[in-house]
Design a protein around this ligand. Structure first.
Ligand SMILES: [Zn+2]
Length: 166
């Protein structure tokens, strides 16, 4: 598992100055460390994890959402088993795969709700925003509320994101 932290820091639980700096700057949280530590333990059982990169974890009202980057053709059944193990420690868990385009990542976050369109909107000051449109009728099937989802998408996609109902 590739993680932003040193293996030694994860195993010992004591962060070196470089790892600590990542936390102090707000790039990563205690939750990220906890999840990476757990993944490292799981790697002994699930060899496939060696090829996986941890990107970020967020906790939204009891749901832990974990973003990972996986090689092509990574077996989905591995996530099924790992989610089940993680659930004991983290409660509800959702693992999202970061693909080559933002859309597939957002699709996983919103599932089972379908995306109607995704567009980047540019403002005169040069900033931009990602607008994700879904049907208002389907919005009640979202597993997380709209504002929290916008936060998750913004963090994971590293762009301001807004969900619009149409
Ligand atoms: Zn370290």
């Amino acid at each position: 598992m590739k993680t932003p932290f040193c293996i030694f820091c994860l195993k010992s639980g004591i962060l070196c100055s470089r790892c600590q700096e990542k936390v102090d700057k707000g790039l990563f949280s205690e939750l990220d460390i906890k999840v990476c530590k757990k993944f490292l333990e799981l790697e002994e059982r699930f060899q496939e994890l060696k090829e996986v990169e941890f990107i970020k974890a967020l906790k939204i009202k009891g749901l832990t959402i974990i973003l990972v980057k996986v090689p092509r053709g990574f077996p989905k059944r591995v996530w099924f088993e790992i989610s089940r193990i993680l659930r004991r420690e983290f409660g509800s868990v959702r693992i999202i795969e970061k693909g080559y385009d933002i859309k597939s990542m957002i699709e996983q976050l919103l599932a089972p709700v379908k995306i109607l369109s995704i567009a980047t909107v540019w403002f005169p000051d040069g900033s931009s925003e990602l607008v994700v449109r879904i049907s208002k009728h389907e919005s009640r099937r979202l597993s997380v509320n709209k504002e929290d989802l916008e936060k998750v998408i913004s963090t994971f996609a590293q762009i301001n994101a807004r969900i619009e109902y149409i």
